[in-house]
Write a protein that binds this ligand. Sequence first.
Ligand code: ADP
Ligand code: MG
Length: 440
Amino acid sequence: MKRQMNSIEDIWQSVLELMGRELTPVAISTWFGECRAVGMTENSFTVLVPSEFKRSIIAVRFMAPLKEALGQIFAGDMDVYLVGEEDVEDAASARGVEETADPNEYTFDNFVVGPSNKFAHAASLAVAEGQTTVYNPLFIYGESGLGKTHLLYAIRHEVARRHPEYNIVFVRGGDFMNELITAIQTGKNVEFREKYRSADLFLIDDIQTVAGKVSTQDEMFHTFNTLYESHKQMVFTSDRPPSEMPLLADRLRTRFEMGVQADIQPPDFETRAAIVRNKSMKLGLALSNDVVNYIAENMTANVRQLEGAVLKIRAQSDLMKTQLTVSEVSRMLKDMFKQKSSYVPTPEGIIEETAKYFSLSVKELRGQSRTKNTALARQIAMYEIRKLTNLSLEDIGEIFEGRHHTTVLSSIQKIENKVAVDKEFNQMVRDITSNINALG
Ligand code: ADP
Ligand code: MG
């Protein structure tokens, strides 16, 4: 897509156009006539579908063309959330169509503790039990699928049990934003403020989505101050620490950093095995140690994946039968392994592709030249490596002739900043990403 896109409405128009190549105009106007794009993040797109009936039809029949159109525009997979008017107000139910887990299960009891999440767990528990007032705010961060949302619900659950009288407000960052937009449009600003500023406990999931959204950040800032001054506990989750959110307003960053930050890392082998054991027991599935170890050894990405594996086995197995063998399980999970081994580019591949795009040699790109073109290409390569691989800032520094990790971070932030404000630049970086992914 070469065309300039300035707003979410423009993007939505393009989505409709692209879908129009496959679907008839009647189908488009029937099903999408009243839809409105209401939210967008790096990797998700939220569409308001006022009619519940149409929402269900779109979810079943039109999800594929919708995702495909977005995929073409953004050169990558986008999650699509279909929401109703009521969802925009009821944040908890606007969690999207793909999440099926029951939040009532997200309790401390059901949370398996290991070295990778020990501190985040302990801090959450301390907050929930009201043992401390210095963990305010508690800021939990870590990659997707590692248990941040689980901990947030666990806090809610525990506090609600101890203090039924508390007004607990739980919201996802993106929903806070959508709700604010609606409030402004409908002149309900006062109600909006009242709702958030009257919280006794304020829980915000995925706060990273509001970074860069000016009025949302302003509102969050004032909410924060009001609650903080009246000693109300706040907990935020994010996919990264405040220091790595370049678009976050500084005054919010300093506030997020005022309390305690707790990161969650991917679980180690023992924790993975414990999680598999825990989840399977809950499903009434008795797995042998061999099978548990097999799963823990092979599913390493995150807890969501481990959980998916157990659910899959449960769905396919006959509970009456004798214990499953490793080879039966490996057959059941074949598809998931295939997914897991889906292409992760190497840093070398990324550097090569980026160098090619700028007509540079790999040596120039890695080297010390400070010419504008080379420096930019180098920053983009660092950004891509960070985005597409699991390497740390230190690792990336090593690849680039031992540069310091702070240099790497500031390079990546430069690109992130530019991608966020400059559409053409954004498109260029997306082009490079798809060139890299095409290697797979
Ligand atoms: P995040 O919000 O970090 O992306 P979630 O909290 O949604 O991750 O966790 C993904 C899934 O993995 C959830 O079903 C959650 O219950 C489960 N999960 C994550 N960590 C643990 C853990 N330590 N013990 C048990 N289940 C976990
Ligand atoms: Mg989450």
